[in-house]
Design a protein around this ligand. Structure first.
Ligand code: ATP
Ligand code: MG
Length: 252
């Protein structure tokens, strides 16, 4: 960590930036991952760097959908592994759900590094490893079309933070319930997913874990009602309104 005081107004953001830079130097992340992170930072800034009401609404719907799922899968890319591996592993354990590695710029080296990060965080069963079986996702080409037959292919509900728009669209087209966490409410991923959480992964995943323990005692019809009543487009529009208000008020 660079010499940074905890009193610096951007301290939390700088800590995350430092983590990302270090992970890039260690070969866990591609250079483009840092660009994606920067875009996320910009949106986080104009969302006030906090979990807003629309995000809380979608976190509740996502938690209900994950509890209702027969085969939930947590799809982990490099940025999510670096920023939130422990929380993703904890979420996988409490549901329970499988964890699958899913890299946009997939190389055998980076897959192994991400696997290491997840193992260090306590993951026992990891899918999407370099030597694992895979089938392509219909409509996608190249290494990023890879998905595990027992993981993403079998899943009915997929939590996939920071997904790419093409993949999100292809997964929705396969009939999956796609839950994403994406700070950009305008991205194709945010717009095409079934449930979009416009929040930072570092805040959203612990909140999903909390919400799941709250909803655990609910009846199936109550959980179904939560999912049914959730309107993703309306919720995304609320996030956009928040951004507009923030900009109008000049961040005050
Ligand atoms: P899409 O393909 O969905 O249209 P994109 O191509 O604009 O998206 P990508 O580079 O594919 O964007 O993915 C990065 C996305 O992840 C951006 O929308 C960015 O806002 C978001 N993002 C980056 N860091 C975080 C984070 N820590 N938490 C949540 N979202 C993040
Ligand atoms: Mg993209």
């Amino acid at each position: 960590m660079h010499d940074m005081s905890p009193h610096h107004p951007r301290y939390q953001s700088l800590l995350l930036r430092d983590k990302m830079a270090k992970a890039y130097q260690e070969g866990i992340l591609a250079d483009t991952a840092l660009i994606a992170h920067g875009r996320g930072e910009a949106f986080d800034y104009i969302l006030g760097e906090k979990t807003n009401l629309p995000a809380l609404n979608s976190i509740k719907a996502a938690s209900a959908a994950l509890l209702l799922a027969e085969n939930p899968i947590l799809s982990v890319n490099g940025n999510t592994a670096v920023l939130a591996a422990e929380d993703m592993v904890k979420l996988a354990r409490i549901l329970p759900a499988k964890v699958e590695i899913n890299l946009f710029y997939r190389t055998p080296q980076r897959v192994m590094k991400v696997e290491e990060v997840l193992k260090k965080a306590g993951a026992t069963e990891i899918l999407g490893k370099e030597e694992d079986d895979y089938f392509p996702i219909k409509g996608l080409e190249g290494p990023r079309s890879r998905a595990h037959p027992e993981g993403v292919h079998r899943a009915d509900v997929i939590l996939v933070p920071l997904e790419d728009g093409d993949r999100a669209e292809a997964l929705v087209a396969l009939g999956k319930t796609v839950i994403t966490i994406d700070l950009n409410p305008l991205s194709r991923t945010a717009q095409t997913s079934s449930i979009t959480i416009v929040d930072n992964v570092v805040r959203a995943i612990p909140l999903i874990i909390e919400e799941i323990s709250k909803l655990r005692g609910c009846r199936i019809d109550e959980l179904e009602a939560i999912v049914h009543e959730f309107d993703n487009q309306r919720n995304i529009d609320s996030s956009l309104q928040l951004i507009a208000q923030y900009l109008e008020k000049d961040g005050k």
